[in-house]
Design a protein around this ligand. Structure first.
Ligand code: GLN
Length: 484
């Protein structure tokens, strides 16, 4: 049963091949049995899941069941869940039990989905390896000595290990797409503002965006149809009606123009990864698409601009964790200053502190113009590169990450090496564009991701393009050995 995709589960439930309680219990047992190897969950809400599944079965029997009624999913532990601890991977929020649900969580509840629990992540979504979590590193189901990517490493590993067919995740600079690439799963970051950020713990508010991780593009479309909605509670959420993202999956892609940026195939790209991506592009040609060489000339400025803007926003967002209102508080503070200093000093991990220091510096008087303003100007140029490219092409493709999953600990001593993991994904966030990663083969025995970047609000086409590839290939059906 754990092999089933979301689309298959929906059919199976409606045809009464199994009940939601049956599949939910089966997956909970698998989590219990296998997840000590991967550490992909921080919290498993077994009793609540069974109750939700029973309620879903009752609705299915009545015949008025909503879209995802009875389908098991899990949420990244960055989305607030009423009555269920929401840690954001940090000691700071280890004891935080929100009194409300994030809009995304609420949307899935309204659609009848059953939540199995909360998935592991890098602390405050800062990282590319899921090693900065207070709850310990997540291991890649393809090789447990390797990282699953980050920051949504738990969401990706849980799907790759067949513990759950779909998870929610977030992407500020690549955190949905890079872990999807590393684990052989399908991940989608929507256009900025397509999915509500209300109740999603903020890292860098102008970049953060929620999206799904699944095994197929069809499942990503099913999840996105529920996840993306207008939301008055988030002023940056686009006022667009909900949409059925499965509607265009079967459209022909004959004549599709695929932009291939030369900058995405240069130095730093593992040659085997590059070869797999080139092969995938050839497969697209066979499907009737046309490859167009393009240039995104400001690509190399994306990582430096991001590492000014994201920490600047993070330093402001994280100032709310002061040990006073909620979250971690140090023992026996001597006075208010000591309370702030030790609560933050003890509650935050090393990478989070590094970001706060960098961000506060970039925003300080005297440096603001030199760093923050300059980075914003560069951001504008990066966006313009894409606007120009989309005059000529329908989608853009390249690698998701420069290398397959690396060894645990390999990049910990070198933050810049870790930051370069997102060299092909970050520009999309700076521009606010949607992006996906789908499996396209193996390099050094590990999964490789093909990145598909779409124009603004063109998620339906991106999904169509991904689905057509998955109809013609079986990379997405390969299973990690540890998931057997
Ligand atoms: N790896 C990037 C960072 O550490 C992106 C993280 C993310 O997308 N949340 O900031």
């Amino acid at each position: 049963m754990h092999q089933l995709t979301i689309a298959e589960i929906i059919r199976g439930l409606r045809d009464k091949q199994f009940s939601s309680v049956e599949i939910t219990s089966h997956l909970l047992e698998r989590i219990q049995e296998l997840d000590n190897q991967f550490n992909s969950f921080i919290t498993v809400t077994g009793d609540q899941a069974i109750k939700e599944a029973a309620a879903a079965d009752a609705r299915l029997a009545q015949g008025d069941a909503p879209a995802l009624c009875g389908v098991p999913i899990a949420h990244k532990d960055i989305f607030c869940t009423s009555g269920v601890r929401t840690s954001c991977g940090s000691k700071m929020l280890d004891n935080f039990v929100p009194p409300y649900d994030a809009t995304v969580v609420d949307n899935f509840q309204q659609a009848g989905a059953v939540s199995l629990g909360k998935t592991n992540m890098d602390e405050f979504a800062m990282g590319s390896s899921n090693e900065s979590s207070f709850y310990g590193a997540v291991k890649n189901p393809w090789n447990v000595e390797r990282i699953p990517g980050g920051s949504s490493g738990g969401s990706a590993a849980a799907v790759a290990a067949l513990l759950v067919p779909g998870t929610t995740a977030t992407d500020t600079g690549g955190s949905i797409r890079q872990p999807a690439a590393m684990t052989g799963t399908t991940g989608l970051k929507p256009t900025y503002g397509r999915v509500s950020r209300w109740g999603m713990i903020a890292f860098a508010s102008s970049l953060d965006q929620g999206g799904p991780i699944t095994r197929t593009a069809e499942d990503a479309a099913l999840m996105l149809s529920v996840m993306a909605s207008p939301d008055k509670k988030d002023s940056t959420c686009l006022d667009r009606p909900t949409q059925d993202y499965t509607a265009n999956l079967n459209d022909s892609i004959k004549g599709l123009k695929i932009g291939v940026p030369s900058e995405y195939f240069g130095e730093g790209l593992d040659s085997e990864v590059g070869a797999r991506v080139q092969e995938a592009l050839k497969d697209y040609e066979k499907l009737g698409a046309e490859l167009v060489e393009i240039s995104l000339p400001h690509s190399k400025l994306a990582v430096p601009a991001y590492y000014v803007i994201a920490p600047a926003e993070a330093s402001a967002n994280l100032s709310r964790f002061d040990g006073v209102r909620y979250g971690y508080r140090c023992e026996n503070p001597a006075d208010l200053r000591d309370l702030y200093m030790r609560s933050r000093g003890e509650g935050f991990g090393e990478e989070v502190k590094r970001r706060i220091l960098v961000g506060s510096y970039a925003l300080s008087a005297g440096y603001y113009d030199a760093y923050y303003n300059k980075a914003q100007q560069v951001r504008r140029l990066i966006k313009q590169d894409f606007v120009d490219a989309f005059d000529k092409v329908d989608v853009i493709m390249g690698p998701t990450a420069p290398n397959p999953a690396f060894k645990l600990g390999e990049k910990n001593a070198d933050p810049v090496a870790m930051y370069l993991e997102d060299i092909y994904t970050i520009a999309t966030n700076l521009a606010g564009l949607p992006g996906m990663s789908i499996p396209c083969g193996f390099a050094h025995g590990l999964p490789v991701g093909l990145q598909i970047i779409g124009n603004y609000l063109d998620e339906a086409r991106m999904l169509n393009v991904a689905h057509q590839f998955q109809q013609a290939s079986d990379w997405h059906q390969k299973t990690a050995p540890a998931a057997e």
